[in-house]
Design a protein around this ligand. Structure first.
Ligand code: ZN
Length: 257
């Protein structure tokens, strides 16, 4: 099915069960002439508009305006899409190996006051980027050596090459693989010895995060999994991925209203 056919199913011009062309039967509903099924045109259109807005990185407020629905409806749909991306992120997890870039960063919190390590009200995130591969992120309670080493041993293969900055928490890495610390004060990119890949992911994720105002601490991992999925699939068509995941099984079973 091409995207046009998706759209025509979603806005209700084609029947979800038998794919025949449909017609309006009253002001709010359409009906299939062949199998006599009815459904609400508005609800279908709302779902589709929200899905499109989400895939284009629009805010939930913008989605609500496009779909002409309540903000809370759009927000709830957005959270559902985020959880779906989180599920897919979890399904794709595999041990990382080869050349890995490791780094920590801080998200959210108040602008004022301390920045960087130990800043108040911010969530610490630890990230590992496999060069030419996937990124792995996890929100951590702190950046102590034990915390980070536990995440590293759980997510990577022993004997990999680890590029990090000179943060003391990485001092034990040489026991687990080849450790290449990079001193930012002297050189920035010395051949292969750099962590520009993971730095690129941080700026990508923070640009998305800036659009989501007032994310609370408990919901943060849901947003983080979304950024991770978007980054790992930045060359794929997100709309098709989400449509195939959420709606195609329902179409095939004929369960969509
Ligand atoms: Zn039908």
């Amino acid at each position: 099915m091409d995207l046009n056919a998706y759209e025509r199913h979603l806005v209700g011009l084609l029947c979800w069960t038998c794919h025949a062309a449909t017609g309006p039967c009253n002001a709010r509903q359409r009906q299939c002439p062949r199998c006599r099924k009815k459904w609400s045109y508005d609800r279908r259109r709302t779902q589709w508009e929200i899905l499109k807005a989400f895939c284009l990185n629009a805010t939930a407020h913008h989605a609500a305006r496009c779909a002409r629905c309540d903000y809370r409806t759009a927000y709830r749909a957005y959270m559902h899409l985020r959880l779906t991306l989180g599920e897919m992120t979890a399904e794709e997890k595999r041990p990382l190996l080869g050349e890995l870039e490791l780094d920590e960063s801080y998200f959210g919190g108040k602008r004022k006051g301390k920045r960087g390590r130990g800043a108040a009200g911010k969530v610490a995130v630890f990230g590992i980027l496999e060069r030419d591969g996937k990124v792995y992120t996890v929100a951590v309670p702190n950046c102590k050596k034990e915390t980070l080493m536990a995440r590293i041993t759980a997510a990577t293969v022993k004997g990999s090459v680890f590029y990090t900055d000179e943060f003391v928490s990485y001092n034990d890495l040489s026991r687990y693989g080849k450790h290449v610390p990079i001193d930012h004060r002297h050189e920035f990119a010395d051949g292969e010895a750099h962590i520009n890949g993971i730095e690129g992911f941080w700026s990508y994720a923070k640009r998305l995060h800036r659009l989501c105002h007032g994310v609370d601490r408990d919901n943060f991992p849901v947003y983080l999994a979304e950024y991770e999925f978007r980054y790992n699939h930045r060359d794929d068509h997100l709309l098709t991925i989400l449509f195939d995941r959420l709606y195609r099984p329902l179409i095939e079973k004929g369960r969509l209203p």
